[in-house]
Design a protein around this ligand. Structure first.
Ligand SMILES: CC(C)(COP(=O)(O)OP(=O)(O)OC[C@H]1O[C@@H](n2cnc3c(N)ncnc32)[C@H](O)[C@@H]1OP(=O)(O)O)[C@@H](O)C(=O)NCCC(=O)NCCS
Length: 138
């Protein structure tokens, strides 16, 4: 098992007990290839923040990220009864931006920092309504 995946598994176990955080290991053919999860889970506001990583380049671009996120959001919107999932991606991360678009996320307008410079990150929001609409297309 690659070291970074082992590390991720240990990290997942360590943080698993925190109530506002949920992490799943992504496996294919019983091989762990990455992790995805929700943090800042706020049951009152019905909001959470999405994170995902496929560890090895050879496992990327094969649809695993999109598929794992679909399962995670199904759990988040149905079981956790969330209304909105937010996400932030580096503006240079074209693959991740494409994955967010495929999942039905809406991109927020660019914002500037305190120095008036545009932020590098792209911010996304997925409402339960938009996610449900997206499911009809699949
Ligand atoms: C981002 C990440 C989770 C996506 O998961 P994945 O399994 O690789 O992504 P998928 O295969 O489901 O989808 C990738 C899409 O990007 C597209 N894509 C990839 N490179 C592209 C490029 N240079 N230009 C345009 N589209 C591109 C793919 O064609 C695919 O879209 P398609 O299905 O319409 O063809 C994964 O690549 C990863 O972990 N990367 C490193 C860490 C990271 O960036 N984490 C996310 C931080 S928010």
């Amino acid at each position: 098992m690659p070291q970074d995946i082992k590390y991720n598994k240990e990290m997942c176990l360590e943080i698993y007990s925190k109530k506002n955080l949920l992490v799943f290991i992504i496996e294919t053919n019983e091989k762990p290839i990455g992790s995805c999860g929700l943090k800042n889970i706020d049951p009152k506001k019905g909001k959470a923040t999405f994170g995902i990583k496929i560890e090895e380049e050879e496992d990327r671009n094969k649809g695993y990220g999109t598929e794992a996120a679909q399962l995670l959001f199904d759990y988040g919107f149905k079981k956790l009864k969330l209304h909105q999932i937010d996400s932030a991606v580096s503006g240079l991360n074209i693959r991740s931006i494409r994955m967010h678009e495929k999942l039905g996320f809406n991109m927020a307008p660019p914002t500037k920092d305190e120095n008036g410079k545009f932020r590098d990150d792209v911010y996304f929001t997925l409402s339960k309504k938009d996610w449900e609409e997206k499911q009809k297309e699949l």
